[in-house]
Design a protein around this ligand. Structure first.
Ligand SMILES: Nc1ncnc2c1ncn2[C@@H]1O[C@H](COP(=O)(O)OP(=O)(O)OP(=O)(O)O)[C@@H](O)[C@H]1O
Ligand SMILES: [Mg+2]
Length: 392
């Protein structure tokens, strides 16, 4: 059931199409609070455009912990970025223009689906499955870990439940790149093989407080890499899909069994090219291998990293060699290794840096828009981790 909190008596009729005929209108925060206490069937609260932003945020803040499955959607006469960021930080799921009925209907539907999932009532399963995005390159050192950690951090800090799995099982450095101190790793999934459940998954993740990202780290001992059967990897991804919106997979620079399994279940492969002949050659081979394995071409995007490096090879040369367009170009910058050495994601630390802008473009246009048909929220540090607890 949906609640509309609006002081305008005509509001219920105006938004009826989006909210459903059984939506109930309430005119004050006190009435909304009481209704939420009395009626546990309320799954969405839509807050009208004239309600004070601070009051709306206070309500969202209070329910996000006590009742995380409750969706709060905010209507505004004008979508201004500061107000949107404040709203999303407080836990409001979406901010929609008051005169856009279609956008409101879409937001309500998405929020309802998410509420059902959070409340554990998903019945169809498939429709709400998390999207798996594998970041791969057959050549080492091209920026897979940089890209996967920053991409995952961006998605998580946008309020999406995001898990980053480090499948570079022998030499994974996701944890160190984010200054995490994991107490568990993919290797701990081995003993749970065949019966990995929510609790098991929870025990495997390390939480990144700054973004809300959850991470399954690579084993600390490289020799454990060989003791992780491929079915453990597929089970981990399959189970994680039920709990996260996005699962980003970082990989080693070769088609290991685990990488092939991840590619197999991925909704999107992000393949990295750089401006050097061996990297382009290896990308060409990787693309041919993926073709041979029946991987659909439209589920791949090419990212050119260090795209402006002056090394004699141009982006056009890469495109003509691989015969595929470049979706996103990430510039070369010493701020990238500097951010890794500080253990912070550049997208969070320097959001205006051209590298961060490019990575956000990948996340928002190539990923969120691809899978949702739109970008539902601006970037914000909302922190909706599954297993990390409260807002940071
Ligand atoms: N856009 C960039 N500008 C400058 N340096 C970059 C950029 N992207 C990555 N680097 C640097 O390149 C190095 C390799 O990056 P990264 O570890 O992400 O690559 P990788 O593909 O994961 O490597 P491996 O195959 O060893 O796992 C790092 O020192 C990183 O800081
Ligand atoms: Mg790496």
């Amino acid at each position: 059931m949906n609640i509309l909190w609006d002081i305008d008596p005509a509001a219920r009729e105006r938004y009826q199409m989006a909210l459903g005929a059984d939506a109930q209108q309430l005119t004050s925060v006190a009435l909304v609070g009481r209704a939420l206490q009395d009626n546990h069937d309320i799954s969405q609260v839509v807050i009208g455009p004239d309600v004070d932003l601070a009051q709306a945020c206070t309500l969202a803040e209070s329910v996000r912990v006590d009742r995380p499955s409750l969706g709060v959607i905010l209507l505004r006469h004008r979508l201004d970025v500061t107000a949107m960021a404040q709203a999303l930080r407080s836990g409001i799921r979406e901010v929609v223009a008051a005169d856009d009925q279609t956008a409101l209907a879409d937001a309500v539907r998405r929020s309802r689906d998410l509420s059902a999932k959070l409340a554990g009532h998903v019945t169809s399963g498939q429709a709400n499955e998390g999207k798996v995005i594998t970041v791969f390159s057959a050549k080492g050192g091209v920026g897979k870990t940089t890209l996967s950690t920053n991409l995952a951090t961006h998605l998580a800090s946008s309020g999406l439940r995001t898990l980053l799995i480090d499948l570079d099982l022998a030499f994974g450095d996701v944890a160190i790149s984010l200054q995490l101190l994991p107490t568990s790793s993919v290797h701990d999934a081995v003993v749970m093989s065949g019966h990995l459940d929510e609790q098991g998954l929870k025990s495997l993740v390390t939480h990144h407080g700054a973004s809300g990202l959850d991470v399954v780290a690579a084993p600390p001992d490289p020799s454990d890499a060989d003791r992780i059967p491929v079915n453990v990897v597929t089970e981990l991804i399959r189970v994680a899909r039920g709990y996260y919106d996005y699962i980003i997979v970082d990989t080693p620079p070769s088609f290991t069994e685990g990488v092939l399994a991840a590619c197999d279940v991925s909704n999107l492969l992000v393949l990295i090219a750089t401006l050097d002949i061996p990297a382009v050659k290896n990308l060409r081979i990787a693309l041919d291998t993926l073709d041979m394995l029946g991987n659909p071409r439209d589920s791949r995007v090419i990212v050119l990293n260090r795209a402006d490096a002056k090394v004699g090879l141009r982006a056009e040369d890469v495109v003509s060699a691989i015969k595929q367009p470049i979706a996103v170009s990430i510039p070369n910058s010493t701020n990238v290794p500097a951010s890794i050495n500080r253990g912070v994601a550049i997208v969070l630390d320097e959001p205006k840096h051209p590298v961060s802008v490019a990575i956000r473009e990948l996340g928002d246009v190539q990923i969120r828009q691809r899978f949702n048909g739109h970008i539902d929220q601006p970037e914000t540090r909302r922190g909706r981790a599954l297993f990390g607890g409260s807002r940071r």
